[in-house]
Design a protein around this ligand. Structure first.
Ligand SMILES: NC(=O)c1ccc[n+]([C@@H]2O[C@H](COP(=O)([O-])OP(=O)(O)OC[C@H]3O[C@@H](n4cnc5c(N)ncnc54)[C@H](OP(=O)(O)O)[C@@H]3O)[C@@H](O)[C@H]2O)c1
Length: 315
C-alpha cells in the first residue's frame, strides 16, 4: 500500500479526495494546522500531521519520505471582500507554501507529485473551447496564482515527477453554490447575478468528479503535463441555477446587479472572475481514460441537490 502526503486534505476538495484515496487503499497523511479539522478521520486510518506550510518544520520530512504528494492547500480565499491587497497577500503566501513544500521533496524518493492549480490562471479565453496549450491571460485570482504556477518548471527540471491539475468552478456540498444559490432558492429568495456575466460561460465540475479526477491523474497523469479538470460542457451561472431550481421544484428568481455594485460588495478580484469567459476542454483528461459520474451540470447539479437535501435531513 502506497503512502500519500496530502496538503489541503481538510478543505472542500481535499476532504473528498482523502476519502477516495482511503477507499482506493492508500495510507494517507493529512497535513493541517489544526488537528481538530482532521477529527473526522480519527477512526479511518489517516495519520494527521500537524504543521503550517508557511513555517519550516518536521512536516517537511514526512512529505519528503512519501511516495506520493498531493498539494491542494491554498491560503484562505473566502469570507471577506477580496481587494487587490488581500489577493497580493494570497499570492505571497501561496508562493511561500509551495516553495517550502516543493523544495523539501527529493527526486527519486517521491514517485508522483500532483499539484492542484486553478483555471483562473488561463483567465478570459473568449468564446472558443480551449485546451491546456492555450496562452494564459490570467484574470480574477489568476494573476495572484501565476507566480506559483510559473515557478513549477524549476521543480520539473530538477527531476520532481510533477503532474498539474487545474479544476474549473467546483460545486458540491460546502461550496459557494450551496451558499449563493441553493440556500436562498429553498427559502424563496432571489438569486443575485451580475448583469455583465449573464452570457459568460465557466467550466464547472461536481466536487465528487473533481476529487475522482485528481486521484485518477495521480495514478495515470503524465509527468510534465497539465490537465483541465472540468465537465464535458461549459455553462453560465444562470444555467446552473436554473437546473438547481428545477431539481428543487422551485422557480428561479434572479436580481441582476451592475458591475460597480459587485465590485463594491465582493471586490475587484471576484468581479473579474465572474466576468471572464472560460470554456475549457477536458479532452486531455478523457484521453487518460477518466470516466465522469456527472459529465455535465444536467447530471451533477441534481445530484448535488439530492446530496444537499439529504444532508439537511440528517442535520
Ligand atoms: N474550490 C474551487 O472551486 C477551486 C477551483 C479551482 C481550483 N481550486 C484549487 O484547489 C485547491 C483546493 O481548493 P479548496 O477550495 O478545496 O481549498 P479550501 O477549502 O480553501 O481549503 C484550504 C486548505 O488549505 C489548507 N491550508 C491553508 N493554509 C495552510 C497552511 N498555511 N498550512 C497548511 N495547510 C494550509 C487548509 O488546512 P487547515 O485549515 O486544516 O490547516 C485547508 O485544508 C486549491 O489549490 C485551489 O486553488 C479550487
Amino acid at each position: 500500500m502506497k503512502r500519500l502526503f496530502v496538503t489541503g486534505g481538510t478543505g472542500f476538495i481535499g476532504a473528498r479526495f482523502v476519502s477516495l484515496a482511503l477507499e482506493a487503499g492508500y495510507r494517507v497523511q493529512v497535513l493541517t494546522r489544526n488537528t481538530r479539522a482532521a477529527e473526522r478521520w480519527k477512526h479511518e486510518g489517516v495519520t494527521v500531521v500537524q504543521g503550517d506550510l508557511l513555517t519550516p518544520g518536521p512536516w517537511q520530512e514526512e512529505a519528503a519520505t512519501s511516495e506520493g504528494v498531493v498539494h491542494l492547500a491554498q491560503p484562505l480565499t473566502f469570507g471577506a471582500r477580496v481587494t487587490h491587497k488581500r489577493a497580493e497577500a494570497y499570492r505571497d503566501q501561496r508562493l511561500r507554501m509551495d516553495s517550502l513544500l516543493l523544495d523539501s521533496l527529493k527526486p527519486g524518493t517521491v514517485k508522483r507529485l500532483l499539484y492542484v492549480g486553478g483555471t483562473s490562471y488561463y483567465g478570459d479565453q473568449g468564446t472558443r473551447l480551449v485546451a491546456e496549450d492555450a496562452t494564459p491571460h490570467p484574470t480574477g485570482w489568476g494573476p495572484y496564482i501565476a507566480p506559483a504556477i510559473e515557478s513549477l518548471p524549476r521543480h520539473l527540471e530538477r527531476g520532481l515527477p510533477l503532474v498539474e491539475a487545474y479544476p474549473g468552478s467546483v460545486y458540491g456540498l460546502g461550496s459557494w453554490f450551496e451558499e449563493y444559490a441553493l440556500e436562498p432558492m429553498k427559502t424563496g429568495k432571489r438569486i443575485f447575478g451580475l448583469k455583465e456575466s449573464l452570457t459568460k460561460q465557466m467550466s464547472p465540475i461536481h466536487v465528487d468528479d473533481c476529487a475522482r479526477a485528481l486521484l485518477h491523474l495521480l495514478e495515470h497523469g503524465e509527468v510534465g503535463r497539465r490537465y483541465f479538470v472540468v465537465d464535458d460542457q461549459p455553462a453560465t451561472f444562470g444555467e446552473l441555477s436554473q437546473v438547481a431550481a428545477e431539481a428543487l421544484g422551485v422557480s428561479y428568481k434572479k436580481t441582476l446587479v451592475p458591475r460597480w455594485l459587485c465590485n463594491l460588495l465582493m471586490g475587484p478580484v471576484v468581479t473579474d472572475s465572474l466576468t471572464s469567459e472560460a470554456r475549457l476542454s477536458n479532452a486531455r483528461l478523457h484521453g487518460t481514460g477518466f470516466q465522469f459520474l456527472y459529465p455535465t451540470i444536467r447530471e451533477g447539479v441534481p445530484a448535488l441537490v439530492r446530496q444537499w437535501l439529504e444532508a439537511r435531513r440528517r442535520s
